[in-house]
Design a protein around this ligand. Structure first.
Ligand SMILES: Cc1ncc(COP(=O)(O)O)c(C=O)c1O
Length: 388
């Protein structure tokens, strides 16, 4: 008999009743060091007191109002996001997938309004992940995601990951945009080199298409800069964010330049919940904390420590690990074994990690994880590796 919860996940036999900082607690009292953070969501740990206070204060005042009205918390968050980034304008969503939907619509509408309606193609890269909607699975193009869900939305051109020098050849009169994650998450913590991001910007400018960055997983301080593309020193025309910005509350956004957003006039897009007062109040608090240079400096110090310990771990288990990958606190252990085996052994050691493609185990802790917790995390992964 089918479970009452649609069985689209292979769930681990764990269920948590409480979270505190980097720790999750089972009903029986067992505690787990959480290096998944809800897949890069719980930016400031579980039940962060500062965020909880913002949530409670806002909940006592106003939860939801329609986007038919002005929403001050939404305006403040948009002001702050545009102040801190390339963007001139933001649209708020509840998830990364919804942000992907709008980014794709925005790129196509841009060219339609510029009297170039033939420009509808979006270039994406193997291993990418932009969500599970019909447009997002078409963007990924992987058989695993699209099989059985046809007809697949047209207009996506899938290129190999890493062959940056040949991208320009595939940009045609029909290309509306190039869409890329500066660091692939689900694809296995694959960092796009800075030179490659700069090359994509140059191609977009020279050939006349938009550049879209999906920073749903790698954004919001995860990599040690507020946004991962800052390392490359180039900016996109459109950017999707979600996950980390809400610190655990469902919140996402599309950020865009005034020009890129010019086709999105009143009535062209909408959302009942996107940009609601609760989400935006929390997002504003998260952003104000993680954008503080002192917070980012501390994050980078800790990321250096974590990475150093992981390099030692890899050296100690050459039969299990190949390398450490990633940037900041978006780290991956490339394995020589199936990553799911290591993740499962981790459960027995009280440590939660997340598998990804390309034989990678992801480590995406809360950005305020302590030095002691980092040491504890590595020793628990070490024990899990030894048990394999
Ligand atoms: C890069 C990227 N884009 C989009 C998404 C989809 O986000 P959501 O699951 O919030 O819809 C994800 C989720 O893992 C992601 O990692």
């Amino acid at each position: 008999m089918i479970s009452t919860v649609l069985p689209t996940y292979n769930r681990a036999p764990l269920s948590f009743v409480k979270g505190e900082g980097s720790w999750l607690y089972e009903a029986d009292g067992r505690r787990f060091l959480d290096l998944g953070a809800g897949i890069a969501v719980n930016t400031l740990g579980h039940a962060n007191p500062e965020l909880a206070q913002v949530l409670k204060d806002q909940a006592d005042r106003l939860w939801h109002v329609s986007n038919l009205y002005k929403i001050p918390a939404q305006e403040q968050l948009a002001d702050k996001l545009t102040e801190l980034t390339f963007a001139d304008t933001c649209f708020f969503t509840n998830s990364g997938t919804e942000a992907a939907e709008l980014a794709i619509k925005m790129a196509r509408k841009y060219w339609y309004e510029k009297s170039q309606p033939e420009k509808i193609e979006i270039i994406t890269f193997a291993g990418c992940f932009h969500g599970r909607s019909s447009a997002a699975i078409a963007a990924s193009g992987s058989e695993k995601m699209v099989k059985g869900f046809g007809p697949v939305l047209e207009g996506f051109v899938h290129l190999p990951f890493g062959e940056w020098d040949s991208v320009a050849e595939h940009v045609t009169d029909k290309t509306a945009a190039i869409l890329i994650e500066p660091v692939q998450g689900e694809g296995g913590i694959r960092v796009v080199p800075d030179e490659a991001l700069r090359l994509l910007r140059q191609i977009a400018d020279e050939k006349g298409c938009l550049l879209i960055f999906d920073e749903v997983q790698c954004g919001v301080a995860r990599t040690g800069k507020l946004f991962a593309h800052e390392y490359a020193g180039v900016t996109p025309d459109i950017m999707m964010i979600a996950k980390g910005i809400g610190g655990g509350f469902p919140l996402g956004a599309v950020l865009a330049t005034e020009d890129a957003a010019s086709g999105m006039t009143a009535g062209t897009h909408g959302s009942t919940y996107g940009g609601n007062p609760l989400g935006c109040a929390i997002g504003l608090k998260v952003l104000s904390i993680v954008s503080d240079p002192a917070f980012l400096a501390e994050l980078n110090r800790k990321a250096g420590l974590f990475r150093q310990k992981l390099e030692q771990l890899v050296a100690a288990h050459p039969d299990i690990f190949e390398e450490v990958r990633g940037e900041g606190l978006m780290l991956g252990l490339k394995c020589k074994i199936g990553p799911a085996d290591l993740v499962a052994k981790g459960y027995a050691q009280g440590v939660l990690t997340v598998p990804a493609a390309d034989n990678v185990v992801r480590l995406l802790p809360a950005l305020n994880i302590s030095d002691e917790e980092i040491a504890e995390a590595v020793s628990r992964i070490d024990a899990a590796a030894s048990a394999l």
